[in-house]
Design a binder for this molecule. Sequence first.
Ligand SMILES: CC(C)(COP(=O)(O)OP(=O)(O)OC[C@H]1O[C@@H](n2cnc3c(N)ncnc32)[C@H](O)[C@@H]1OP(=O)(O)O)[C@@H](O)C(=O)NCCC(=O)NCCS
Length: 179
Amino acid sequence: MGRSTPIEPLNRPLADGVVAVRSRRASDLPAIEAASHDPETLRWLDDTPMEPADRGTSLSRVEEAWRTGRAAPLVVADATTDEPVGIINLQFRDDAVATVAYSVFPAHRGRGIAPRAVQLLAGWALDGLGLTQLLLEAAEDNTASVRVAEKCGFERIASRVEPRAEGPHTMLVFACTKG
Ligand SMILES: CC(C)(COP(=O)(O)OP(=O)(O)OC[C@H]1O[C@@H](n2cnc3c(N)ncnc32)[C@H](O)[C@@H]1OP(=O)(O)O)[C@@H](O)C(=O)NCCC(=O)NCCS
C-alpha cells in the first residue's frame, strides 16, 4: 500500500473562500487531540484517540506518511481565521488510487465543511497528483458521511459486510473517477 514516490508537500493551502485544506501544524494539535475523543468520531473512524503525550511525535508521524508516500494527512481550516475545524487524509493504495477520510470537529458540523474539503482535496488529487480514482468508505448507517459522499458526486460502487463486536456492519464504497 502506498505510492512508489514521495508526495510533494502542499506548499499552499487549497481554498475555496470558505474552507482551506492545508498542512498540519503544532498549533493544530490541541484541537485535533480534543476532537479525537469525540464519541461520533470514535464510532465511525478507526483512529486511536490522541493523548497529550502523543503531541511530540504526532507531526513526525505526519511527515513520515508524506515522505514514504503512504498518506497525506491534512487539516481543514476556516479560510478566514485559519482556525482548524477538522482533519482530512488521503491514504494512497498505489500511484493511481487513494481513499479519502475526514472528520469535522463537533462544533463545526452541519455547515457543509466536509463536502467543501473533500471537493478541494479531490481536485488536487485528480488534477495535481494525477490520481485516476478517489475512494470514500462510509458505514451505511453513518448518514452524515454518506450525505457527504453523495453531495460531492461520488458514486456508490460496492458494499461489504464487516464483522464488529456489536454485530455485522455494512460499509459502502463510493468512488470519484477522473475522466
Ligand atoms: C461526517 C462529517 C464529516 C460531516 O461533516 P459536515 O461538515 O458536518 O458535513 P455537512 O454539513 O455537509 O453535513 C452532512 C450531513 O450531516 C448531517 N448533519 C447536519 N447537521 C448536523 C450536525 N449539526 N451534526 C451532525 N450531523 C449533521 C446531515 O445529514 C447532513 O446532510 P444534509 O446536508 O443532507 O442535511 C461529520 O459529521 C463528522 O465529522 N462525523 C464524525 C466522523 C465521521 O463520521 N467521519 C467520516 C467517516 S467515513
